[in-house]
Ligand binder design. Sequence first.
Ligand SMILES: [Zn+2]
Ligand SMILES: [Zn+2]
Length: 175
Amino acid sequence: MAAVWAALIVLVVGDFGSTFFYHVPQHLWFTLHLRTHHDRRRSFWDHAVLSIDPAVLADGLLGAVPYLVVAALVWQISWQGALIGLLLGQFHVWWRHTTEIGYRTPAALKTPLRLLWVVLPEDHDGHHRNPDIEFGDIFRFYDAPARALLRLLEPTSRKARNAASRRVKRQPVRV
Ligand SMILES: [Zn+2]
Ligand SMILES: [Zn+2]
């Protein structure tokens, strides 16, 4: 039982950390995740699963740090559970990128996973089509608060700053 709890904590708390301390800040203020995970010139199956490009690996590794921290914290409760949580998390990374190679979640699996708020490959596909939606890598209950936080911090974002500096440049110079 302790192992189940430890694994669950790694997934739920790890996804919380990764969403709010990595994924959302990347979308707001940085470029690494957008250049790699949201690079439309490459297939996302390729860059999420196969690529060994250092930038792509750095994005994956930084996103995984919160899971690793939580796993270290629950190691005392059950190291087996912490490991299972990390393995399930890694498996979910591969699985949620499989729509690109033609995978569709069977209906029989969809229903229970919907009840558990688990992100399906079809959901994560939405985040690749439109980077402003479908946050939460493993659990969909992080999507609404993540989007609320993005809206709240939008005025501070890189996009807003760039738009402001473009406006300034466009104004005619008066002597
Ligand atoms: Zn992805
Ligand atoms: Zn993203």
